[in-house]
Write a protein that binds this ligand. Structure first.
Ligand code: 2P0
Length: 333
């Protein structure tokens, strides 16, 4: 299936901008039940559902300005990105999906207030913010669900960055992916904390995209992954509903570890762990044995995200050097 067919269904034909500038924000999100593997790599349709929590107020703000130039200009955190880099090409390909060939070129300026180096899915908040800004620029007036489908075409996990709070990404079954989008959960959890433990800010050795494809092709453990997700998704939703932190922590941690085990069983093997990643994980296990309710999750990078409750904020901060502690549901920002 190709992206044009999806665009056709949602916005009709490519068009000219209705405004000369637009600006929008989208939060970063961290998956408690991970998206790993695509059933359609062009449309970023997942093999399973997933569930995240958005990290508002951390995320991306994207401004679009129309410009009188032959080429688009991309600026991320004050730095001009070349259009022929992988990032530049992906972004321009995405912009081309929506615009008529005669449409003016654009300047896309994105500012992230979360360290991109911390392994947060900046592509998720970036494509989330860009899609919201395009909605204004072209005056589509689309509901969030449709925007979520469009954001997914840029980067899978971006479809969860359209909302604050807990968001479930439905796997869907439609070949065009019209039923594969984010949906917010109603429950909030003001005491929930996430601590970022930054281990390395170096560029990761394999992109999620490459690593997902390799896992699907070669990992003998991948056949167990959909079953793992089915169990974890159900358990995590129940834990959120019942505010059962120990169950939330346990299933989030187990889900992340199962994803990394699946990666490790690929050939050639893929591991995002650095020695300090293992050190931190063992420290978490040891401190948990002593009675502190701290759990973790890890994405496609070496950094660890701690999960804990507000009552343990001080102890966690004393024991781990968190570069940031985020309370996604706090109203005190
Ligand atoms: C997630 N990750 O659920 C998982 C867990 C990383 C580990 O979604 O190829 O940047 O753009 O669809 O969304 C990172 O993958 O991949 C990701 P594409 P994406 O958050």
């Amino acid at each position: 299936m190709n992206k044009t067919a999806v665009i056709e269904k949602i916005i009709g034909s490519p068009m000219l901008p209705k405004k000369d500038k637009a600006k929008a924000f989208a939060p970063s999100n961290i998956a408690l039940c991970k998206y790993w593997g695509k059933r359609d790599p062009v449309l970023n349709l997942p093999m399973t559902g997933s569930l995240s929590v958005s990290l508002n107020p951390k995320g991306s703000e994207t401004q679009i300005n129309i410009q009188d130039a032959k080429e688009d200009t991309i600026i991320v955190d004050g730095e001009k990105i070349k259009n022929d880099t992988t990032f530049g090409k992906n972004l321009i390909h995405y912009l081309d999906l929506f615009r008529a060939p005669t449409s003016p070129r654009l300047t896309i300026t994105t500012c992230n207030n979360i360290p991109v180096a911390a392994g947060f899915a900046s592509s998720a908040s970036g494509f989330g913010a860009l899609t919201k800004a395009l909605n204004q620029l072209y005056d589509w007036q689309l509901p969030q669900k449709q925007l979520s489908i469009l954001a997914r075409l840029g980067s899978g996990s971006a479809c969860r960055s359209l909302w604050n709070g807990f968001v479930e990404w439905h796997q869907g079954s439609d070949p065009l992916g019209m039923d594969s989008h984010g949906e917010p959960l109603k429950t909030t959890w003001p005491q929930l904390c996430i601590g970022i433990v930054t281990i390395s800010s170096q560029k990761k050795p394999y992109s999620s995209r490459e690593a997902m494809a390799q896992t699907l092709e070669t990992s003998t453990l991948y056949q167990a992954w959909p079953k793992q997700v089915e169990q974890d998704l159900k358990a995590i939703k129940k834990a959120i509903h019942e505010k059962n932190f120990l169950e939330l922590g346990r299933h989030s941690e187990q889900n992340a570890n199962a994803m990394h085990a699946t990666l490790m069983a690929s050939w050639p093997s893929i591991s995002y762990h650095l020695p300090q990643t293992i050190e931190i994980i063992q420290k978490i296990w040891a401190i948990r044995k002593k009675g502190l309710d701290v759990y973790y999750t890890q994405d496609a990078g070496p950094n660890i995200k701690l999960l804990f409750l507000e009552k343990d904020k001080k102890t966690v901060a004393e024991n781990f050097s968190c570069s940031d502690i985020i309370q996604p549901f706090s109203t005190n920002y």
